[in-house]
Structures are given as C-alpha cells and as structure tokens.
Design a protein around this ligand. Structure first.
Ligand SMILES: CC(C)(COP(=O)(O)OP(=O)(O)OC[C@H]1O[C@@H](n2cnc3c(N)ncnc32)[C@H](O)[C@@H]1OP(=O)(O)O)[C@@H](O)C(=O)NCCC(=O)NCCS
Length: 238
C-alpha cells in the first residue's frame, strides 16, 4: 500500500467488499476488527443486516489502516471525534483528533467503500449504486426544479446517480449533509468552485472513476468535493 503523495489535493481510497449470505456471526472479519474503537465496534455490532455490518467494518478498518501510516500512528490508536452538531452523539462528520489538518470523508454501499483524505481543506465523498436512485419520484425528492427543467430541454442531462453523488459529496464537504434538502440544491457542475448552499463556501466537485469490474460489481457512481479551488485527485484501489 502506498502513502498518499502531496501533489494531489485529495486522495481517494476505494475498496470492494464481498457480499455473501453468511450469518451475522460470520461477519466478524477476524483480527482486523481489533483496530476499531469502542464507538465503531458498538455501531458495527448494532447492525442487523450482515451486509451493512460488513461494509461498515470494512470502511472503518480501511480508514484506520490508510490514515495510520499517513500520520505516523498505530491504526488502532487513532482518535476520531464524530460529534453530531445537532445532538452531540457520535454519528456526525468524522474529525481526526490526532491531526485535524488531515480532513477525511467516508462513504459506503454494501459492496464498495470509499475514503477521501485531504490537507487542502474540508472534503466530502459519496458513492452510490446507480440502481439505488432508479425509483419513481427520484426527481421530485432529489433534483432542484431548475435541473428538472433542464433535463426536459436537454438530451444529455447529468445521469441521476451522478447528480446525486455530486450533491451528497458537496453537502458532506460543507458538513451539513442531508440536513439541507437536496431538492433545494442545483446539481453542481464539476471542476469549478460553485456555491451549492447560499451563505456557505463554494465547493469544487469532481466525478470519480472507480475502475470496478463490470462483470462482478454493480454499477456505482462516485464524486468527491473540496472546499478549495484545488482539483487534483488521486484514486487508490485498495
Ligand atoms: C452524511 C449523510 C449525507 C450520509 O448519507 P449516506 O449516503 O446514508 O451515507 P454514506 O455512506 O455516504 O456516508 C456516511 C458517512 O457520512 C459521514 N457523516 C455523517 N454526518 C456527516 C455530516 N454532517 N457531514 C459530513 N459527513 C458526515 C460519516 O462518516 C458516515 O460514516 P459512518 O456512517 O460509517 O460513520 C447523511 O447520513 C446525513 O445527512 N446525515 C446527517 C443528518 C443530520 O445531521 N441529522 C441530525 C441527526 S441528530
């Protein structure tokens, strides 16, 4: 595994999680879960869906094993604060207590997990299965009225999954997540800073190519967003 280089504004780490029909007991990824802290272990054990539990554990193990060498600490010793700004519980945006200048963001589906790290500024990442947004009423729930109008006029509209991950990445970079109604947000164009939420800083969104195996993996879309002008991204397949 390589340590992220300083020439990219954001490093993105992608790992695939193998789905199976195993029982909850079989979810235990063995000794690797020993790196998790009490909050992570407690959350992991409370999942009733084995696939979600496996993906959650995989993502947090990935975060610790990647970030540990970057900041020169034992992965198991890393301290994260995840205080929710609304209620104070440990389910909010993660912050690395040991090195707060290393920003991070996490996202997962059942089969793909993604970590983004950056020293250029706040970062947000999102990954989604394309078929997860293929439901009746998606436009009304997720798209701004301007986007809906544009897709009626233009043939090459942004695909639904791309629009969704760009928005979620941007809202995660801003730290507000879905406390902001996604239908109130215009889909940000990639590669240039845009104000996504009035009154908050501009966000630079970049579409990610995950390089998954189309014969094995479901189609996924992903995007990363930075609260800076920087655009360089390095994707690491783990
Ligand atoms: C953040 C959010 C957009 C993620 O949605 P999702 O697509 O279901 O999940 P993803 O896998 O993409 O991302 C989950 C990660 O987002 C991160 N996250 C949580 N809140 C966040 C926030 N406000 N800003 C940025 N990142 C956040 C966490 O690291 C979380 O990882 P974990 O669940 O493994 O600990 C959504 O859960 C949300 O908006 N949450 C906040 C809503 C809120 O504040 N409600 C008040 C509760 S009291």
């Amino acid at each position: 595994m390589s340590v992220p280089t300083a020439d990219a504004a954001v490093d993105v780490w992608v790992a695939r999680v193998h789905e199976s029909r195993e029982s909850m007991a079989a979810v235990e990824p063995g000794a690797r879960t020993r790196v998790l802290d009490d909050v992570e272990r407690d959350r992991w054990r409370r999942f009733t869906d084995p696939g979600a539990a496996r993906s959650y554990a995989a993502l947090h193990i990935l975060a610790r094993t990647v970030i540990g060498p970057i900041v020169g600490r034992d992965p198991a010793a890393l301290r994260f604060d995840r205080s929710c700004v609304v209620c104070g519980l440990q389910h909010g945006r993660p912050r690395l207590i040991d090195d707060p200048t290393l920003r991070l963001s996490l996202s997962r589906t059942r089969s793909v997990v993604v970590l983004a790290t950056s020293r250029a500024g706040p970062v947000g990442v999102d990954v989604e299965r394309d078929d997860a947004v293929a439901f009746a009423g998606f436009e009304e729930v997720a798209l701004h009225s301007d986007d809906r109008g544009r897709r009626r006029r233009e043939r090459d509209a942004v695909p639904d999954a791309t629009a969704w991950v760009r928005k979620e990445a941007a809202l995660k970079a801003l730290g507000v997540g879905l406390r902001v109604d996604p239908a109130s947000v215009r889909t940000p164009a990639p590669g240039k800073p845009v104000v996504v939420v009035p009154g908050l800083q501009p966000v630079n969104v970049i579409d990610l190519a995950l390089d998954l195996d189309p014969d094995v993996d479901a189609w996924h879309s992903a995007a990363v967003a930075l609260v800076t002008n920087a655009v360089s991204v390095k994707v690491h397949l783990h």
